[in-house]
Each structure stands twice: as C-alpha cells, then as structure tokens.
Design a protein around this ligand. Sequence first.
Ligand code: ADP
Length: 178
Amino acid sequence: MTMIHGCRLEAVQGDITKERVDAIVNAANQSLLGGGGVDGAIHRAGGPAILEECKKLGGCKTGDAKITSGGRLPAQYVIHTVGPVYRDGRQGEPGLLASCHRRSLEVAVAHGVKTISFPAISCGVYGYPIPDAAQIAVQTVTTFLGGHPGLELVRFVLFGQDTFAPFDAAVRQAGETR
Ligand code: ADP
C-alpha cells in the first residue's frame, strides 16, 4: 500500500467480483457481449442486467472504457475496458494499455466514483507480459492521480501470486520514487 496524492494505492490477491468498492473494472472484449476470464466471472456474479446494458453500448474500442451498473455485484458500477492483444510490444500495445487505465479512471471520476478496483487488464488470454503490464498500469494510475484529486482508493485485485507479485512490486516502487 502507498499513498499517492491523498489516494490509497494497493495490490491484493483475490476475486474482483467480491470487491466492495464503487466500481470494478472489467477486462472485456470489443463486443462487450461477454467472454471468458474475468469478464465471464463478472457477468456470472453480477447477473443478466449487466449484459442487457452492454448490448445498448454498441461495443467498445481497444483502449476505451464504458460504464454499466454492477447488477447484483457489491460494486455499484462496472467499467468495461478493452485491453490490447499483445503481439510483440511494438504494435502500440503499451499506449493502448495505458489508455485503458486512463479512460477507466476518467469514466469513474465522471460518475463520482471514489473507490475502484482493477484486474490485470490484458494479462490473461490477451498475453501481455505481466511485469510490463504492471509497470504501465501503476504508472498510468499514479500520473492520473496527480491531476485528479477526489479518488480515495485504487486497488489492483490479482488472481494468483504470479500476477500479484509484479503488481505489488510496482505499487511499492511508485511509493518510493514519488
Ligand atoms: P484479457 O483478455 O484482458 O487478457 P482475462 O480475463 O483473460 O483478460 O485475464 C485478465 C486477468 O484477470 C488475468 O490475470 C486473470 O487471471 C484475471 N482474472 C480472471 N478472473 C478473475 C477474477 N474473478 N478476479 C480477478 N482477476 C481475475
């Protein structure tokens, strides 16, 4: 855990569908019509209301983010963002992954969200190298917090030690190098 411009920034191991925060972020695909991984888990736990809202959104571009209610989830909102599929890192993937985090936070702030949890966007079937993704995620959030007071908690919720460790290291590093 570290404090960045008055906001608590932390990484924890766990299931993001259980998060009691204002908003959780979903690593969706461009259709927003459901997928596997964290997307499947969020729709299963949140119930059909989320998918019904997603159907009206007309999809989402890679790097952008759109919001729905949280359905039956403890979280009030789900912010659906589409991460890049990782190829070799030279196809704009870092910029697109940063954009996912920035756009998710912009949408969150526009809806009065004060507490938000992110999964490891693009780190599952989209194949992003986890240490690289962790650096980009934490750096982008840290930069955003510098310009946007009012957020109280940004939490990365990671499935498994292999994903948790690099995110936790990046969060600690952000606290030290600020
Ligand atoms: P992407 O297509 O963006 O790679 P995935 O859903 O395949 O998205 O994976 C993103 C990350 O979410 C992976 O690290 C995966 O292990 C993790 N994940 C899957 N289910 C959950 C969950 N319930 N809570 C938190 N993280 C999850």
